[in-house]
Design a protein around this ligand. Structure first.
Ligand SMILES: Nc1ncnc2c1ncn2[C@@H]1O[C@H](COP(=O)(O)OP(=O)(O)OP(=O)(O)O)[C@@H](O)[C@H]1O
Ligand SMILES: [Mg+2]
Length: 445
């Protein structure tokens, strides 16, 4: 949780402010208790001085027991030469007559008291109050000083969370923008609204994206150029080999066929590399918009089936279409044809003789799904996630370049679609390959 910058800032600022508030609370509480105690002392001192100034007549000479409220101030007046108090507000209260002059805190009748003793030539005036009552008064006053802090601490936390979250919102937005950056969507992060402290960081990320884009582009160009350059000599080689066939002596025919096979495999690899380079090229706005057309999906499926029909019939594979919902997608016709052709050619290639291949198209909300289902051996579940990797082949017994599904993925991603490959779940072995394209909004039913 503390890996989050937001949480770190919120907790650090919140804890520091709370600690300050608690310290402030404790000190103002203590200050208030001490102040209140001084005020209560002053009051007792004032009562004593009034009594000295002749107000003692109001204090009873024979007080009743327990007539005074426990919270009151108690008064006892002693005259020199008398053993009993001459005046007292409470008969049962035995204050220590010999207590030191000024303030003391004696224990009387098992209770703590605050006692003020004033001495004159012929009399001793004692004013007392229970310590428990004083504490109650002091605490009540001091607690009131804590209210602003009790209310303030949660408010400060809320303010810190709001301020920190607002400051980091820009960072979250940049994070989301950066998350969608991949080989096919390389774009600079926007600088508008970015806090000044983050600008150098975002600028260097943008420079890195630019460098990455250039190196990916030059890699793509290299693959495409190399494939182009290789295609011409390979075609010439194939032609020369075909011309030579007549002159090969029967004992060399087998080696010669192996040589021809090698040339064919190399040509296929070069063709797949070229298709991949084309599929990988970033969508170049204008030219892409011009190259796209409304492609009828059922027609593309039928065309892919008719391409492989001769070889399927030769191998006794029953290939056909069942459910065929009509839909069109906005794309380059060649791209859609390449996608379907690669999936169908996989199904034909990996399904044993006498198998069955079903194609279907289904419309779901804004997308059209094209499904190719075969009765082949399927793919080991552990290898399934890698089938879209370049040059990855799950089955090395059957020839292939391992690029077909990478080409499909690259094309489908360019158009914002998806492709999945899974083993059949209806008890039979086989693969279900599904591509989803967005339906052409102009042709939607
Ligand atoms: N329908 C399928 N049934 C069984 N395995 C499949 C199927 N489709 C793909 N695979 C496995 O996935 C691997 C990758 O497929 P991909 O189409 O990318 O390459 P490839 O068929 O080997 O070569 P390429 O298509 O480039 O000629 C294949 O080698 C194969 O092992
Ligand atoms: Mg393939």
């Amino acid at each position: 949780m503390l890996k989050s910058l937001r949480n770190q800032l919120v907790i650090a600022i919140g804890v520091v402010v709370s600690l300050f508030a608690i310290l402030q609370g404790v000190s103002s509480y203590q200050f208030c208790v001490a102040g209140m105690s001084a005020v209560l002392d002053l009051r007792m001192e004032q009562v004593a001085s009034r009594l000295r100034a002749g107000f003692a007549e109001g204090i009873p000479t024979f007080p009743a027991r327990g007539s005074q409220d426990a919270r009151d101030i108690f008064i006892v007046i002693w005259k020199d030469g008398e053993t009993q108090p001459v005046r007292s507000t409470e008969a049962s209260l035995r204050l220590p007559r010999d207590a030191a002059t000024g303030f003391t805190s004696p224990v009387v009748n098992g209770e703590g008291w605050r006692l003020y003793t004033g001495r004159e030539s012929d009399q001793t005036i004692q004013v007392a109050q229970r310590l428990s009552v004083r504490h109650e008064i002091e605490e009540a006053a001091a607690t009131k000083t804590l209210w602003p802090i009790i209310v303030l601490i949660p408010l400060v936390w809320i303010a810190v969370i709001v301020v920190v979250s607002r400051s980091l919102r820009e960072l979250n937005r940049l994070g989301n923008e950066a998350q969608v950056i991949d080989v096919n969507h390389l774009h600079a992060l926007p600088l508008a609204g970015v806090p000044t402290e983050l600008l150098p960081f975002i600028r260097s990320i943008n420079r890195m994206i630019e460098r990455l884009g250039r190196s990916i582009e030059s890699e793509r160009k290299f693959i495409s150029d190399a494939a182009h350059e290789l295609r011409t000599p390979l075609t010439a080689l194939q032609l020369q080999a075909d011309n030579l066939q007549r002159d090969i002596v029967p004992s060399n025919q087998e080696s010669f066929r192996a040589l021809q096979g090698g040339i064919t495999r190399s040509s296929n690899l070069i063709s797949q590399l070229l298709r991949l380079a084309r599929a990988d090229a970033p969508p170049v706005g204008e030219s892409m918009a011009r190259a796209t057309e409304s492609v009828d999906i059922p027609a593309a499926v039928v065309s892919a089936i008719s391409d492989v029909l001769p070889i399927a019939m030769q191998r006794g594979i029953d290939i056909g279409a069942d459910e065929m919902a009509s839909a069109s997608v906005r794309a380059a016709g060649l791209d859609v044809a390449t996608v379907i052709k690669n999936l169908v050619s996989n199904a034909v290639r990996y399904t044993p003789d006498g198998g069955k291949i079903d194609l279907s198209t289904r419309v779901q909300n804004a997308t059209v799904d094209i499904e190719v289902k075969d009765t082949g051996p399927g793919v080991d579940e552990t290898l399934l996630p890698r089938v879209f990797d370049r040059f990855f082949r799950a089955n090395t017994e059957i020839e292939g370049s391992g690029l077909g599904l990478s080409i499909v993925k690259a094309i489908v991603t360019r158009y914002g679609g998806t492709v999945t490959l899974r083993n059949r779940s209806d008890g039979q072995s086989g693969i279900v390959a599904t591509v989803s394209f967005l339906i052409d909004p102009n042709k939607a039913a």
